[in-house]
Design a protein around this ligand. Structure first.
Ligand SMILES: NC(=O)c1ccc[n+]([C@@H]2O[C@H](COP(=O)([O-])OP(=O)(O)OC[C@H]3O[C@@H](n4cnc5c(N)ncnc54)[C@H](OP(=O)(O)O)[C@@H]3O)[C@@H](O)[C@H]2O)c1
Length: 367
């Protein structure tokens, strides 16, 4: 299973929006086939591993990180291939929590006489945190990523943010875009930075990445760089219901999807935004800023993970704050995070955090 988990990692920056899956076929204690899921539409890990092992798989064992599929998607059901191959035993890292799926393949294989074990030990769930989150909640897993100075500034007073961090941290950010498969920023960032928001300079060809903009009044220019590249990587702009219809039509004629969203306390309803993106099958969403946007995600308890790249610099008063729109009255109301990892990346330091409180807790507290 350790080898299967390693193999699944090959798909980390290419498989979105599909899960990371690795598989090993073994016979008499020796590995006879290996595979991983490289990209959406490509062969599933089990199929690659079983074709590599050929007829020697009969009577053997299949180790796979996620419960095999039993439905016809872009590729045929893996359970059929497993039964055809005559595998004696299947060990799965975790169940696929898709309500339509959970445990179904396990039952089907057992009914056909295959011995099945599911480990469920947390390791495999962690590897697929984005996919599992989408399956359970119907929303993408929100990963916030920001480059900040030591004093929590993400841009200088004039809005300049190129570059706070060094090259190594910026390369890492491109990996995070590819991993998530979707990237979101507020309109302020499009105006200030004219970003492309695509993953670039990666060793393997990245998946197509959906660029998402929150722009209630539809202020970004129709010739923004990200609009000009809409053919390769889709663009979705969330606007308020009273955004100018003629501008929305202009964007639509350029191939951009413009989605009117309801307002909550005068702000675009982020739960609506996430549910819309979940309906499009997006399992990860890298929220890259700016401070206003990130502050709103944090204050609504909608952040699932956060990676902050700290540059050993300070910008002092006047610089743009890391979480501009977040207002916290006292210590007992401060959103709290658990530090998962601290790592030096080039001259900067990456801190990976998970929230201590879930959205449900915050809603409960607010109520
Ligand atoms: N260092 C970094 O990692 C990093 C990353 C990104 C950006 N930046 C810098 O940050 C600055 C921009 O940050 P910012 O805080 O000024 O702007 P921002 O967060 O990019 O955009 C803010 C705007 O987004 C819209 N918006 C976002 N969430 C919304 C919601 N829930 N409802 C309604 N509207 C929403 C609003 O538009 P309306 O005003 O139309 O209501 C809001 O004014 C730039 O200087 C940029 O260079 C730095």
């Amino acid at each position: 299973m350790r080898r299967a988990r390693e193999l699944a990692e090959h798909g980390r920056y290419t498989a979105a929006p599909n899960p990371l899956v690795g598989a090993v076929v073994a016979r008499d204690g020796s590995v006879i086939g290996e595979g991983w899921h490289a990209r959406a539409g490509g062969e599933h890990a089990e199929i690659v591993a079983l074709s590599g092992s050929g007829s020697a798989a009969r009577g053997g064992e299949l180790y796979v990180t996620l419960e095999p599929c039993n439905h016809q998607g872009k590729t045929p059901p893996c359970t059929d291939a497993i039964l055809r191959a005559g595998v004696r035993r299947v060990v799965a890292g975790c169940l696929d929590p898709n309500p339509k799926m959970r445990g179904r393949s396990v039952d089907l294989l057992r009914e056909a006489g295959v011995e099945v074990e599911v480990l469920d030990d947390g390791l495999f769930e962690k590897q697929n945190e984005q996919f599992l989150h989408l399956m359970v909640t119907g929303r993408p897993f929100v990963h916030v990523k920001l480059a900040t100075t030591l004093d929590g500034r993400i841009a200088a007073s004039g809005g300049e943010s190129k570059w706070i961090t060094g090259e190594a941290a910026r390369e890492r950010a491109h990996l995070l875009r590819a991993e998530a498969g979707a990237v979101l920023v507020g309109a302020g960032t499009v105006h200030a930075d004219a970003p492309l928001l695509t993953p670039r300079g990666l060793p393997d060809e990245p998946p197509s990445v959906t660029r998402v903009i929150l722009d209630p009044r539809l202020t970004i220019p129709t010739d923004a760089r990200l609009v000009r590249t809409v053919d390769e990587n889709p663009v979705v702009i969330f606007v308020s219901e009273d955004a100018r219809a003629d501008r929305a039509d202009e964007f639509r004629s350029l191939g951009v999807e413009v989605v009117p969203a309801p307002l909550v306390s005068g702000e675009l309803d982020l739960v609506f935004v996430l549910e819309e993106l979940g309906r499009r099958g997006l399992r990860g969403l890298l929220v890259e800023g700016g401070g206003e946007t990130v502050g709103r995600f944090v204050s609504r308890g909608l952040v699932n993970k956060m990676t902050l790249f700290y540059a050993p610099k300070v910008l002092g008063e006047g610089g743009i704050s890391l979480m501009g729109s977040l207002k916290v009255a006292g210590m007992n109301e401060a959103p709290e995070f658990r530090v998962e990892a601290v790592e030096q990346v080039g001259e900067d330091v990456a801190v990976t955090l998970y929230p201590l409180e879930s959205e449900e807790d915050l809603v409960h507290r607010a109520g």
